[in-house]
Design a protein around this ligand. Structure first.
Ligand code: ATP
Ligand code: MG
Length: 427
């Protein structure tokens, strides 16, 4: 047995493959069966004269998604969908499929209802391969820079990004939350490991219906002792560049299948422009969009700003008042925080968010009180500041946002196998 792409590489002679029927067309004497496996699709031709009567009967009954094993002679054929064809000498049907419910031109909602089956489509297969490359690139990047991978808890007693998007869960006789970000725990681990990263699911009860928000998504986070804002920006840029590079190296075929303009990705080179929030407002004002200083940038404003750029852009120094409690004031300008967002081009929005972390217990306490948090749940977090506190920084990269951008998707839901949103929790 070999994969379809291995068979194509062999290019001639006898091959043995297995997979699922992707398309089928039959006449009285011939059957054209396109078979797919994880690697590719290939056309297989059966002729009534060259297989047994049983095999011919079986071939006639084959419907889309039936599972088959095929042996035969492979040769190049420019008319076949992937340039090769197998002349079948042996056909084994492992499973006769029923009539597949997914046909052409189905609605988006129907395809989401049938997600467990739609995952077999070439489109989603291509996206999932790219998603896998994204994780590979992330691991490669951090490990090559001597980061340790760590595992944060999913159940947490704390909010991290504010109470309104927390998922509450019953935890024995107590209430806990599903993590919104591992950051607070990461901060504990930098005192032993110094440079750490993790890819973990995060949960946010996002109530707005956007094409950029999931209720369950993967955040790739890093945290590092001693690092200041400037240095952490270099890492954020570095990991994004490495991801794009790696996908271009490994997934050209998949990008082509998705209809992605690869030229746009090839233009992604560093260094990414770095502007402050205040500078961003000036650019927006020239575009006729006036934002009051102090307000967070909304989606339309981010998108407008990004019309000026073809690569991601790093926006730094947002107003302190709108930021989460752990983002420190800039000592040079106390109105702003030492933080950043990285925005993707082509309207894909924020892909990375990060900051230095406040080390001042009083500021942190004030921030938590302002957010209405109960201080007792954060005593452990504040206590870390009492023993060898050092500057440190980190960020979280939204894996599905990056996948959406790289693949050029219309909706973030296609960047994860089983999307969870306010309106969808099945299958
Ligand atoms: P946004 O303003 O777009 O909601 P955020 O400021 O809430 O993002 P952060 O808390 O900084 O995001 O989270 C870090 C990264 O995680 C973001 O840059 C984004 O890429 C990703 N992210 C955040 N929320 C979601 C979500 N609901 N679904 C998918 N990815 C998300
Ligand atoms: Mg958010």
């Amino acid at each position: 047995m070999m994969s379809i792409s291995e068979a194509m590489k062999q290019g001639s002679g006898n091959v043995k493959i297995r997979g699922w029927v992707y398309r089928e067309r039959k006449s009285n004497k011939m059957a054209f069966i396109v078979v797919r496996d994880a690697t590719n699709i290939i056309q297989c031709v059966l002729s009534i004269d060259e297989v047994s009567a049983d095999e011919w009967e079986a071939a006639k009954k084959l419907l889309i998604e039936s599972a088959v094993e095929i042996e035969g002679e492979i040769k190049e054929d420019s008319r076949a969908p992937t340039g090769y064809e197998i002349k079948v000498s042996n056909l084994t049907v492992v499973h006769f499929a029923e009539v597949f419910p997914i046909t052409k031109d189905q609605s988006v909602e129907f395809l989401l209802d049938k997600r467990h089956l739609w995952l077999r489509s070439r489109k989603l297969t291509a996206i999932m391969k790219i998603r896998s490359t994204v994780f590979e690139a992330i691991d490669e990047f951090y490990r090559s820079k001597d980061f340790y991978e760590v595992a944060p808890p999913i159940f947490t007693p704390n909010a991290c990004e504010g109470g309104s998007s927390l998922f509450e869960v019953k935890y024995f006789d107590d209430i806990m939350y599903l993590t919104q970000s591992w950051q607070l725990y990461a901060e504990a681990l930098i005192f032993s490991l110094e440079k750490i990263y993790c890819n973990s699911p995060c949960f946010r009860a996002e109530k707005s219906k956007t094409s950029r928000h999931l209720a369950e998504f993967y955040m790739s986070e890093m945290e590092a002792a001693w690092m200041k804002l400037d240095e952490v920006l270099d890492y954020a840029e570095g990991v994004v560049l490495h991801i794009v590079q790696k996908v271009l190296e490994k997934n050209k075929e998949e990008l082509k299948l998705l209809g992605r303009d690869v030229g746009k990705l090839e233009k992604i080179k560093g260094p990414f422009p770095r502007i402050t929030y205040t500078e961003a407002l000036k650019i927006l004002e020239k575009d006729g969009l006036k934002v009051t200083w102090g307000k967070d940038l909304r989606t339309i404003e981010e998108d407008k700003l990004m019309e000026h750029y073809e690569t991601p852009v790093i926006v730094t120094h947002y107003p302190k008042e709108t930021m989460a409690f752990y983002k420190p004031r800039d000592p040079k300008d106390p109105k702003v925080a030492l933080c950043f967002d990285m925005l993707a081009p082509e309207g894909y929005g924020e892909i990375v968010g990060g900051s230095e972390r406040d080390t001042d217990i009083e500021e942190l306490t004030r921030g938590l009180e302002k957010e209405g948090e109960s201080l007792e749940r954060y005593d452990w977090y504040l206590e870390m500041r009492k023993y060898g506190s050092v500057p440190h920084s980190g960020y979280g990269l939204g894996v599905e946002r990056v996948v959406s951008w790289i693949c050029g998707l219309d909706n973030i839901k296609d960047a994860i196998p089983f999307p969870r949103t306010m309106l969808r929790n099945k299958p």
